[in-house]
Write a protein of this length. Sequence first.
Length: 83
Amino acid sequence: VQAELSISGRKLVVLDWMENIFLGIYVLECFLNLVAAGWVAVKDPWFQFDLSLVFLGISYEWCIRHFTDSGARFINQILVLRT
């Protein structure tokens, strides 16, 4: 829905807020997993996968997106291809 609205030039702020909320939940989950299991969790392949997804989400949502003038049109086009 968000990619379709971006292509048409409309934007829903609610979707951006929801994305930030879920990303915050995933960051909290990774942190709590580290606290509960210690550094042993880092060796778990599923934790590594989750951590890489959280890192990519943070790098896009909280960093890259705010430094581009076009709202990261190129990355939005790639996200359309993802589905």
